[in-house]
Design a protein around this ligand. Sequence first.
Ligand code: SAM
Length: 227
Amino acid sequence: DSIMTDIPTDPSQMDWASHFPTLWKANEEEASSSGQQPMVQFADIGCGFGGLLIRLATLYPETLMVGMELRDKVSTYVKERVGALRREHPGQYGNITCVRTNAMKYLPHYFRKGQLTKMFFLFPDPHFKTANHRRRIINTMLITEYAYFLAPGGMLYTITDVKDLGDWMREKLEAHPMFERISDEELESDPASKLLTDSSEEGQKVARNKGETHRAVFRRLEKPRWT
Ligand code: SAM
């Protein structure tokens, strides 16, 4: 982590303008004081090669979204891929970007309370051994953090091909007072949920191998469930 020198000290220091050159309002101060500055609303955590972001970009062309990826080369690849798409399709893909960061540590440096409306966790690393379960990106402590960044009514999407991890994510989220699970019927009308299985590179790999997937989607509640 010592080489992650470009972590903003707090959200106001994040240079989103350079990530969204066409959509960021030029006069930043005026735009943010009048509430006109667009905000990043979707976060793809551990975005890998960016397949989900690219699909979301055209599905929600007005929404700014960021993929967060730990591996330097992978995040550089995603940025280059997005740059190429922007050149090939003028006027499109200006709303997606990628940052290299450790999302388990640094989300508070990027986002403000209630800013996000969707968070995606597609095929996260399973950390099979019990001793390593604390490294799982869905855990009770981090779910509380995710609830903080999600607006009430915001959605948290998870999918995995590892049954044990799928059970774990669902159990931790179901037990959390700030989230409620979304039924399969309700998900039918959610276009984003249709992208979980086969838009990301990992999802496509699992689909090619006809692997089983375990999807669990949750809504961020307005108030804790016990009140
Ligand atoms: N979501 C992508 C997909 O479905 O194709 C990638 C899945 S891959 C199995 C998990 C990704 O999460 C890897 O690219 C890994 O580098 C990234 N990752 C793991 N821990 C992370 C962390 N703490 N912060 C950001 N990214 C992380």
